[in-house]
Design a protein around this ligand. Structure first.
Ligand code: ADP
Ligand code: AMP
Length: 216
């Protein structure tokens, strides 16, 4: 299955993408995770994108398109993927469409996560991540067993630079200006499904799998 998860930052896309990808047996492809890994390894790409990411700006299309398509060309994505955080602009959506057309494949579903602004702020302000294994926690909704320490490797958790107030504000503006227009684009394309993303992670996953189940 080839699925795109769309929604504002903090809507819970990454949380659900990981669960859905495991259930479907396809990779989760998250451009944010790939870019953060590039930064952590201090690669040339990582150095190019660091400033954009920390400010809460989108990384330029040509860089992100290359990163995303490189990942989608890998063998494990041939049978399907759950895209999380890509595409985020019309240019990226068009690039993805040409890639799928060239392969003679198409999207099975585009999912839009619906969540209130108050909830976004709560989710982003409470998000903590393990800098070593990338596990995502929430200090209230999904805390680690021991205070601010990763359950899996004991590494102290950190707050993402772009989850701080100023960057969050910029990311929400970027989302409105650049990503929202994708809804119009996809509304007339392959099954476009709106999911109520409020409530617990289990409740959202249940809605997501039920909605996708109707397609199979
Ligand atoms: P996105 O990938 O859309 O930016 P994440 O999946 O990283 O969002 O979720 C943002 C934060 O909200 C994380 O701290 C995560 O643990 C938390 N979260 C995810 N889903 C829920 C939910 N259904 N209820 C409460 N918190 C959630
Ligand atoms: P995310 O983990 O999806 O919240 O992404 C974190 C940051 O990585 C974003 O705020 C952007 O700076 C960058 N990024 C990730 N995916 C994209 C994308 N598709 N287009 C542009 N920038 C991206």
């Amino acid at each position: 299955m080839r699925v795109i998860l769309l929604g504002p930052p903090g809507a819970g896309k990454g949380t659900q993408a990981a669960r859905l990808a495991a259930k479907l047996g396809v990779p989760q492809v998250a451009t944010g995770d790939i870019l953060r890994m590039a930064r952590a390894s201090d690669s040339a790409l990582g150095r190019k994108v660091a400033g954009y990411m920390d400010r809460g700006d989108l990384v330029p299309d040509e860089l992100v398109n290359e990163v995303a398509l490189d990942r989608l060309r890998q063998k494990d994505a041939a049978r399907g993927f759950v895209l999380d955080g890509y595409p985020r602009t019309i240019d990226q959506a068009k690039t993805l469409q040409s890639f799928l057309d060239d392969k003679g494949t198409k999207l099975d579903a585009v999912i839009k996560f619906m969540v209130t602004k108050d909830e976004i702020v709560k989710r982003l302000s409470g998000r903590r991540v393990c800098p070593k294994c990338n596990t995502v926690y929430h200090m209230i909704a999904d805390p680690p067993e021991n205070d601010e320490i990763c359950d899996f490797d004991g590494t102290p958790l950190v707050q993402r630079e772009d989850d701080k107030e100023e960057a969050v504000a910029r990311r929400l503006v970027e989302y409105g200006a650049q990503t929202r227009p994708l809804y119009d684009l996809y509304e007339n394309e392959a099954p476009f499904i709106e999911i109520d993303a409020m409530g617990s992670s289990d409740e959202v996953f249940d809605r997501l799998t039920k909605a996708l189940g109707t397609l199979t």
